[in-house]
Design a protein around this ligand. Structure first.
Ligand code: FES
Length: 220
C-alpha cells in the first residue's frame, strides 16, 4: 500500500549479486524518475537511503549489507516502512555510459527505460547471478577497462567513494555525473547530514541531488 509519500513495501524476493550485495524486489509499484531514492526504516527507526530501480519488472533496490539494518532488510523484513520517492530525477539525451558498482544494478534498469545507455559494472568480488551487463571483477581489471573506454556523450558513475575518485581521474574533462551515496538522516533537507562541498557552496545530496556534475563537486 502506498499512501502519498509514505510507503509500506512488501518484500517479494531477494537475489544475491555478490559477496555482500543483494537485490530486493517489492510487490508494490512506485512511480519515480530515474535517479530518485527512498528512505527505508530499519527496526531501530534508523532510516537509510536506497536508489530506486527495477529488477524482473518489479520495483527494486540494491542493498549492500554493511550492518544490522541492511542485514534486516535483506534477511528478515517482510514489510518495510519508508518514504519517497525523494531527490531529483535525471534525464539526458545522447548516449551515456553508466559505470556502477553492484549496489546500483537496479538503478541501471530504471535508466534503461528512459535513456540510451550502456552499463559497465565494476565489482570487487565475483558476481553470483547472471547479468546482461559487461562486468569487470577486481581493481586491476576495472582500471584497465577505464583506460580504454569508448567515447560517450555523457557518463554517470555510482559506487563507492574510491570508485568515484578513480573514475573522475580518468574521465575529467568529459561530461561526467555522479550519483552520490552520502550518509542521509532524513532525506528531505531537514537534518543537514548529507552536505557536500560544491563550486557554488554547500549543497545537500537529498534535496539538490543525488546526482551532481563532476566539475561541480570539490574533489580535494
Ligand atoms: S539527509 Fe537530512 S538534510 Fe539531507
Amino acid at each position: 500500500m502506498i499512501d502519498g509519500e509514505r510507503l509500506l513495501l512488501t518484500k517479494k524476493k531477494t537475489i544475491r549479486v555478490n559477496e555482500d550485495t543483494w537485490i530486493v524486489l517489492f510487490e508494490e509499484r512506485i512511480d519515480f524518475s530515474p535517479g530518485q531514492f527512498v528512505m527505508l526504516e530499519t527496526p531501530k527507526l534508523v532510516r537509510k537511503p536506497f536508489v530506486l530501480g527495477y529488477w524482473e519488472d518489479h520495483t527494486a533496490i540494491s542493498v549492500q549489507v554493511k550492518g544490522k539494518g541492511t542485514k534486516w532488510i535483506v534477511e528478515e523484513a517482510e514489510k518495510i516502512k519508508g518514504h519517497g520517492p525523494l531527490g531529483n530525477g535525471f534525464e539526458k539525451p545522447g548516449k551515456g555510459l553508466l559505470i556502477i558498482s553492484p549496489t546500483c544494478l537496479t538503478m541501471a534498469k530504471a535508466f534503461e527505460r528512459t535513456m540510451n545507455v550502456d552499463v559497465l559494472v565494476g565489482s570487487r568480488t565475483p558476481i553470483l547471478t547472471p547479468l546482461e551487463y559487461e562486468t569487470v571483477i577486481g581493481n586491476d581489471e576495472f582500471l584497465k577497462k577505464l583506460s580504454s573506454l569508448p567515447e560517450y556523450d555523457w557518463y554517470l558513475v555510482s559506487g563507492s567513494r574510491s570508485m568515484e575518485k578513480v573514475c573522475w581521474e580518468h574521465l575529467r574533462g568529459k561530461e561526467v555525473y555522479f550519483s552520490l551515496e552520502e550518509y542521509m538522516g532524513c532525506g528531505i533537507g531537514a537534518c543537514k547530514s548529507c552536505a557536500v562541498f560544491t563550486e557554488s557552496g554547500v549543497k545537500h545530496v537529498c534535496t539538490d541531488g543525488p546526482i551532481f556534475r563532476g566539475d561541480e563537486l570539490c574533489w580535494s
